[in-house]
Design a protein around this ligand. Sequence first.
Ligand code: IPM
Ligand code: MG
Length: 358
Amino acid sequence: MTHKVALLAGDGIGPEIVGVATTVLMALRDRFGLAIETEAAPMGGAGIDASGDPLPAATLALAERSDAILLGAVGGPKWDKIERARRPERGLLRLRASLDLFCNLRPAILYPALREASTLKPEVVSGLDLMIVRELTGDIYFGQPRGIEINANQEREGRNTLVYTESEIRRIAHAAFKLARQRQRKLCSVDKANVLEATELWRDVVTEVSREYADVALSHMYVDNAAMQLVRAPKQFDVMVTTNMFGDILSDLASMLTGSIGMLPSASLNAKNQGMYEPIHGSAPDIAGKDIANPLATILSVAMMLRHSLNEESHAVRVEAAVSSVLEAGYRTADIQSLGTQLLGTREMGRRVVEALN
Ligand code: IPM
Ligand code: MG
């Protein structure tokens, strides 16, 4: 069976990093027999430019019939003035919702070679291996009502709604507990139950689900404390599970523990393990087209794709080992550069990873 992968490069640095990640996939096919075929489609600003829609119908159809999707990044100043509902980011949210990709995995792993690249002291971060499980299709990102209106006092009033149903919480909790079981069996659920009712429900439901996982140690933490603890002593965490918005924020924070946001991949899965894979960073329009972006988060997203959606664990390990060895050899993109390392551009970094596959 040939795996079908949709390539949605998107905007800004998206085409560069997806281009490089594709060379890794092609090397796996040509040198190691991975049965894979790819098809590209426009998404985000590129979708708007191509057909007036950040998620063109043909792109969604391709995504739906693919086993996995590799996405670069979407958005940029060119499209910021467009009517809100048609902006690039909304296309991404629609894609997540359309495929029901509720389970977002964001691993924060510090590669030993990058100990010096983190802004935190090496002893605080060395050995870090944390998995953030972010709920991805609910919360204030999707809740209704939403919008900006003129209120009775004739001033503008903005509104978003934080809403979670019991079943939405239950399914992400199950996913997080199952994952914790394959790791250190520690799960920390992050909420703001002292203030927000929707997350009080979150805490209650996660606690109920925990009864089915007696072998996993569950703890709860308020999100403000969790942000502080992530910087103070990140190695206390194994798996964290949290809401869509808190997960968005905490995963950016966690990325800096690993040296650079340019290092963090992600997987967004539905109940069938169909998934979308993307670096957690944005489209970085300021450095687009300069061949300086770090492609490793996207390459590591390919590894997650091989593992979680394509059931190709040995290829996943092959890609991760190649990234590791390139870092050990001292090659760096600008965002992770430190004294005594060798600076490479986006394409050259990709070429080194391909060369290191074995
Ligand atoms: C992310 C991004 C997105 C999000 C944006 C681009 C809509 O920040 O994947 O973390 O907020 O989910
Ligand atoms: Mg984010």
